[in-house]
Design a protein around this ligand. Structure first.
Ligand SMILES: NC(=O)c1ccc[n+]([C@@H]2O[C@H](COP(=O)([O-])OP(=O)(O)OC[C@H]3O[C@@H](n4cnc5c(N)ncnc54)[C@H](OP(=O)(O)O)[C@@H]3O)[C@@H](O)[C@H]2O)c1
Length: 211
């Protein structure tokens, strides 16, 4: 089977998508110069220079960057180099992504929607807030406990996080729980006092951010 297009860049995104597409896509390093449609899976800082090598026949994957002349298909997920089940995962389309590539993403379960170029940084910041920053909060909470010798048994913080996400997915903001939602000011003050900076300010600012 001749590949329909080439992925350039064998990082987390490139390897994961290539594994899922199989023979539909070729996977090459960023120094290759193949014919046909090219999907650029390289760090954002390298995109502009590389896109100039494939005028009119490349698509990139960056959620934040808008490159005039190079359309984008941004999968709203966190890749780890492996094929996963991406059913229901949004795919932000900016510019004229060729139909064949849209179909290829759709076949993996991605759900395309149009994202205006000027909204990309806001969209990407929202993605970082809800994923990378959520991971930083998680890892920070674990290390705060570990530093004071508290080792949670069983699955640790995971059941709490799962229950919270399940409740919020089902009920939106009404699914939140905790002292900020209940307005337990004495509890908030006691808990904040137990935290070193910068965690104390993060705790208070985040808690009050949704009112
Ligand atoms: N990771 C995610 O979860 C995710 C999710 C959505 C979108 N994206 C987007 O996907 C793109 C790739 O992200 P990634 O996480 O896969 O990156 P990555 O894991 O850091 O890998 C990028 C690959 O690009 C190549 N590369 C490294 N330095 C380069 C340079 N200076 N110039 C050109 N190519 C270089 C390397 O592959 P070779 O050695 O094979 O050339 C490297 O493995 C980015 O635009 C990112 O915004 C990523």
């Amino acid at each position: 089977m001749t590949p329909e297009f080439t992925i350039l860049g064998r990082g987390r995104a490139g390897r994961a998508l290539a594994a899922a597409w199989g023979p539909r896509a070729a996977l090459l390093d960023h120094g290759a110069r193949p014919e046909g449609l090219v999907l650029l899976a390289v760090p954002d800082r390298a995109l502009e220079r590389l896109a100039a090598e494939f005028p009119g026949r490349c698509v990139h994957l960056s959620g934040s960057l808008d490159l005039p002349g190079a359309p984008c298909a941004h999968p709203l997920t966190s890749f780890d180099g492996r094929a996963r089940d991406w059913t229901g995962t949004p795919l932000a389309i900016t510019g004229a992504v060729p139909d064949g590539l849209r179909r290829a993403f759709g076949d993996l379960g991605f759900v395309a929607f149009d994202l205006p170029a000027e909204l990309k940084p806001l969209y990407h910041a929202a993605a970082v807030l809800s994923s990378g920053h959520a991971a930083s909060l998680w890892l920070g909470a674990e290390s705060l406990l570990r530093a004071r010798g508290v080792a949670l048994p069983g699955r640790g913080l995971l059941p709490l996080a799962e229950a919270t996400l399940r409740n919020v997915a089902a009920h939106g903001a009404a699914g939140r729980t905790g002292p900020f939602v209940r307005g337990d000011e004495a509890t908030i003050a006691r808990d904040a006092e137990a935290l070193p900076e910068p965690w104390r300010q993060i705790f208070l600012n985040l808690g009050r951010s949704l009112g």
